[in-house]
Design a protein around this ligand. Structure first.
Ligand code: GUN
Length: 283
């Protein structure tokens, strides 16, 4: 049976470390770190994510500001909001919740965010830095995956890692992080042939495809570490991952559940990135 690694528990430890660091800043009378979150439109999933991010800021004693804009917001209005936040010396991190409503260009918005405030790590400057192994901001979900691997006691160096999914948000950056830690990395996607066999070679398997319970035991090598990034709704309306937990748990060495796995880690890494931005701003 696999050891189940709860991101919710790992998150608690990291958030209490962050709380202590922020309490120390407060005690010394310093300005507080601040995250600004932009939400455009009424997407209920986005609203729930954004609420979670704000709550987490409050929990660790960080400031946050939610800028809610109507779905009718124009590109230029949205860009103006980003520019205002770029110029605000009290704002350390800026996050524009994706996806944006139809008609708005997210790539253009991301490019407008100052790279030193881009706590999502989506700006091309930060994407480039990740690939050059330079210090910058790394997207939160991939960072959370790596933190969970480390907490499993796994050093990726020399290991076979397979990443299922090649999105800019998760698949591509997590593959690069694994490579940066000297894993031998394979990225699989919808055109990959013999998918289960390729996955079954992995010592580390990261599932980030967005297909409910797609990864079954035949995709998994005995004793592998399986990290499930998927957040899907089952036919019954339950939250399920990309991994068929019941089928994979007996075979894997480590596995993350959904919910309470990678999800809470994403927000925790956002807090960590915001504190990092703050420290850079404060010198
Ligand atoms: N939508 C889903 N995940 C994310 C994320 O990590 N950052 C942003 N900005 N939008 C998202």
């Amino acid at each position: 049976m696999a050891q189940v690694i709860y991101g919710s528990e790992v998150s608690k430890d990291i958030r209490s470390e962050l709380s202590e660091q922020i309490a120390a800043l407060r005690a010394s009378g310093r300005r507080m770190p601040k995250l600004a979150v932009i939400l455009v439109g009424e997407n209920p999933a986005s609203l729930s994510y954004v609420t979670g991010k704000e709550k987490a800021c409050t929990q660790v004693g960080m400031e946050s500001e939610l800028i809610k804009l109507p779905a009718s917001t124009s590109q230029e209005e949205l860009m103006a909001v980003v520019r205002r936040l770029n110029a605000d010396p009290n704002v350390d991190g800026i996050l524009c919740q994706l996806p944006l409503p139809d008609g708005l260009d997210s790539a253009q918005v991301i490019r407008e965010i100052r790279p030193d405030k881009d706590v999502d790590g989506f700006h091309p400057i930060n994407v480039g830095k990740l690939h050059l192994k330079e210090d910058g901001f790394v997207p939160c979900t991939p960072l959370g995956c790596m933190e969970l691997l480390h907490r499993m006691g796994i050093n990726p160096a020399g290991k076979r890692a397979v990443v299922l999914g090649r999105s800019n948000l998760v698949g591509a950056p997590v593959a690069r992080l694994l490579l940066n830690e000297n894993a031998t990395v394979t990225i699989c996607h919808s055109k990959t042939e013999n998918l289960p066999q390729v996955c079954a070679e992995a010592d580390i398997l990261i599932a980030a495809v967005g297909r409910a319970k797609m990864v079954t035991a035949d995709y998994v090598k005995e004793g592998a570490a399986v990290i499930d990034v998927g957040i899907n709704r089952s036919a019954e309306g339950k939250l399920v991952g990309d991994v068929d937990f019941a089928s994979v748990e007996p075979k894997a060495g480590f596995i993350t559940p959904v919910p309470k796995g990678v999800g809470p880690m994403t927000i925790t890494m956002l807090l960590k990135n915001t504190l990092k931005a703050y420290r850079q701003h404060e010198g």
